[in-house]
Design a binder for this molecule. Sequence first.
Ligand code: HEC
Length: 133
Amino acid sequence: MKKNLTLLVASGIAFMLMAFIAENQNDPWPVPDKYQKMANPVKSDAASIASGKELYAQHCQSCHGKKGKGDGPKADQLDTECGDFTSAAFQKQTDGALFYKTFEGRKDMPSYKKKISDQNDIWAIVNYMRTLK
Ligand code: HEC
């Protein structure tokens, strides 16, 4: 009887731990091959980084934060973590992957397919996100 109780408590703790981890970590976000290898058509120069910065401040900063740390004023109200644009894991992704995630969105992350109608503007934001490390 006592053994059963210990087992019950242990599995209860394990369950809570798993639920906690699941809640605090986003699912992997697979990127289709087509986007993974897509070349960035917008040159990363001072002009595109400046326009990317402006668009970022307008559309992204409220959640992702001024420096891309995921600590914008809206971040606390979301169910999912915004991620950290300064992390090595984030910066390791291809330009095409960052473009895809911004273009399509997922859950709390809005799709910018329509909100930013010129795709080159999204590529300019990708160039800006590269400076956040
Ligand atoms: C309403 C809040 C919100 C806004 C506004 C927002 N994002 Fe996000 N973003 C998120 C959340 C939440 C995630 C994590 C989504 C997930 O993993 O399901 C995310 C994820 C991402 C990712 C993938 C991060 C990773 O680690 O791979 C990129 C890239 C991204 N956002 C770019 C942008 C860009 C660029 C903009 C502006 C054009 C933007 N986001 C605006 C909330 C937001």
